[in-house]
Ligand binder design. Structure first.
Ligand SMILES: [Zn+2]
Length: 402
């Protein structure tokens, strides 16, 4: 089964737990006694047993949805998760008939959508194994949506398995949390991430390790930094800020650059998603055809297109916010590295030492701490909907002060 779980860097305990559970699930279907001896309720005593509600938690990039997807493939595969049959391929591509992939795209997931989801989830699996709902970012459920979800998890359909993903168990209401078996992914070591990049993506080891360090355990980001030149360039642009902020003028222009770069990146990301969605919606409504019912279809497509555009707009807002936040975290990490050098701490640095040395020698640890605090304050202000440029300018001005 290692092929399915091969993308999970440094998560050996999780992989072992999921492999055991998948074997227990197969035994349940076959009417054999479970190898883990487990029945349905999520007892702590039997982490390898099968249960109908799972909660995958872990910091961003640790691979919680990758783990959930691999587990879904293992549950639906007739050979217990071979990684190369049609069923496994369909799960990994997100097209399996018994897999519902839920990805809240706006800032929250509403009760109406959740009720529809619960209804669909109660159906029988087409392939005769399990009906799986993989709910990414389940923490984005509104309170009412969470209540609708809770009912489905409390009284599960016999063959339905819920796989919820969230940054931490505390992000879900306790009533849902307590009914789920929690799978906890850890921040993988840079070496483990680099190994995945080398073996799965054929990336050169030195480059893989540098990208893994820069991404601090975020596998997807490490892969992007190692393979996508524009992502690497944007990161380099962000990390020029500490050298650039020498006085008022440069500080203000650095702020403008930071905000613009984040907006450009967000735009690139959303455009890549938006266009195919619009295209497939048009095709679904048979645009270009003639004959009876066309006028009706045209009215239908206008409504659906408006819905789609609203959802895309809300996603664009979220991506913009996340992208700028990512840049700020990178900046904070750069100063953390400087601080580690200044106090002589023996920790793995995210940035090459050569980039840090001059700045570390030119300032004090106290000043670096103040700068890190300024970045964190800026992140906080952005979550309070302060205009981005305003918040970032305030930050770069603080960075410029010694
Ligand atoms: Zn398979």
């Amino acid at each position: 089964m290692s092929g399915l779980f091969g993308d999970l860097a440094g998560q050996e305990a999780v992989v072992a737990q999921l492999e055991k559970a998948a074997a227990a699930a197969a035994a349940l279907l076959a009417g054999r006694p479970s190898p883990a001896g487990g029945e349905r309720p999520p007892g702590r005593a039997q982490p390898g047993a099968m249960t109908h509600a799972w909660l995958f938690t872990g910091p961003p990039g640790s691979g919680r949805s990758v783990a959930a997807r691999a587990f879904a493939a293992a549950l639906l595969c007739p050979s217990g998760g071979c990684g190369h049959c049609a069923s496994c391929h369909q799960v990994l591509a997100g097209t399996h008939a018994d897999l519902m992939l839920i990805r809240p795209e706006g800032l929250s997931y509403g009760v109406k959508q959740t009720r529809e989801l619960v209804l669909r989830a109660a159906g029988q699996p087409i392939g005769g194994r399990w009906q799986i709902v993989l709910f990414e970012d389940a923490d984005r459920c509104t309170e009412q949506a969470a209540n609708a979800l809770l009912k489905a998890i409390e009284e599960p359909a016999p063959r339905t398995v819920w796989l919820l993903c969230a940054p931490s168990a505390e992000d879900l209401v306790p009533t849902i949390r307590s009914r789920c078996r929690v799978v906890t992914l850890v921040v993988p070591a840079s070496a483990a991430v680099a190994k995945v990049l080398v073996t799965r993506d054929g990336i050169d080891p030195a480059r893989a390790l540098a990208a893994a360090r820069a991404a601090q355990g975020h596998v997807g980001r490490a892969r992007r930094l190692a393979t996508d030149a524009s992502a690497a360039k944007r990161r380099a642009d962000v990390l020029r800020v500490p050298h650039a902020v020498t006085s008022l003028g440069p500080a203000l222009s650095a702020a403008a650059t930071l905000v613009r770069t984040a907006e450009e990146e967000a735009k690139a990301v959303t455009e890549e998603l938006d266009d195919p969605e619009r295209e497939s919606l048009r095709r679904a409504y048979g645009e270009g055809s003639t004959g009876k019912g066309v006028a009706k279809a045209v009215r239908g497509v206008a409504g659906a297109m408006k819905d789609l555009e609203d959802r895309q707009k809300s996603r664009a807002t979220r991506v913009k916010r996340d992208t700028l936040d990512q840049a700020l975290l990178e900046l904070a990490l750069f100063y953390r590295d400087i601080l580690m050098m200044q106090v002589g701490a023996d920790v793995e640095l995210a940035n090459p030492e050569a980039d840090l040395r001059t700045l570390a020698a030119a300032s004090s640890a106290e000043a670096t701490l103040r700068r890190i605090q300024a970045i964190m304050r800026c992140r906080e202000r952005l979550t309070l909907n302060v205009a981005p440029l305003l918040a970032v300018e305030e930050m770069t001005l603080s960075l410029a002060q010694g």
